[in-house]
Design a protein around this ligand. Structure first.
Ligand SMILES: Nc1ncnc2c1ncn2[C@@H]1O[C@H](COP(=O)(O)OP(=O)(O)OP(=O)(O)O)[C@@H](O)[C@H]1O
Length: 216
């Protein structure tokens, strides 16, 4: 369970966002420049709020009043961007194992074999990312995020660089991750159809303000 109450200012831009996010996919939908990526950066620990709190499970990640700020690398939060940003010099297997090898064995929730099966990556494990299709690359990025054993998955327009055919191929994998891992997922997209397919609820972002449940 993720819980946050955040305030952030940068230049003339102000963000105010509070919500509780449980298992399943919570969509974040709103116009360009409304603050969706900024919200994810605050939750991932890539930005520090002006004031506020972030709690994930039983951990306090941010409490500006108590001067607590857990750095990004210690948050157990997985991030997937529009372009999967794989390491080009590593095979699919080594890309997948990148975060896994940095997690203490006792905290690992998934293994390589299970994730490769879930995302149908087993035949691709020895390939380099340059020899993958865009959809395959995004599946590796999702797998890498899962093998990091995140307690929260932040997805920032993960399908927007793909054509419609590849989007349709990957959406069922995202649904599988949602249903088989029960990790809370925040999913930023401009595509209403992706949210209709995946999201349990949708939060609206409008001029830096997060609004609860714009649709069910
Ligand atoms: N690195 C930055 N430095 C200064 N201002 C920034 C920076 N990144 C974003 N902004 C500004 O912060 C505001 C929110 O941007 P953000 O990227 O969070 O919006 P968004 O809803 O994710 O937009 P999009 O849908 O286009 O990705 C915008 O006014 C943007 O211009």
């Amino acid at each position: 369970m993720l819980n946050f109450d955040l305030h952030f200012s940068r230049g003339g831009f102000e963000l105010t966002a509070a919500a509780t996010v449980g298992a399943g996919v919570t969509g974040v939908f709103g116009p360009s420049g409304s603050g969706k990526s900024t919200l994810l950066a605050l939750l991932a620990g890539l930005l520090s709020p002006t004031r506020g709190t972030v709690n994930l499970g039983d951990r306090i990640l941010v409490d500006t009043h108590g001067k607590r700020f857990v750095p990004a690398w210690d948050r157990h939060v997985g991030l997937v961007f529009q372009d999967g940003q794989l390491f080009p010099h590593l095979t699919v297997r080594d890309n997948l194992l990148y975060g896994f090898s940095r997690i203490a064995p006792g905290l690992r929730r998934f293994d390589l074999q299970g994730v490769a099966q879930l995302l149908e990556l087993t035949p691709l494990l020895d390939r380099r990312p340059t020899l993958l299709s865009g959809g395959e690359r995004q599946r590796v990025a999702l797998g890498r995020a899962l093998l990091y054993s995140p307690q929260l998955l932040l997805l920032d327009e993960p399908l927007s660089s793909l054509d419609d055919r590849l989007k349709q191929q990957i959406l069922p994998f995202l649904k599988r991750i949602r249903d088989e891992t029960r990790i809370p997922m925040l999913y930023v997209t401009h595509a209403r159809s992706e949210l209709d397919y995946l999201a349990d609820r949708v939060l609206g972002m409008e001029s830096g303000r997060l609004q609860a449940d714009v649709t069910a």
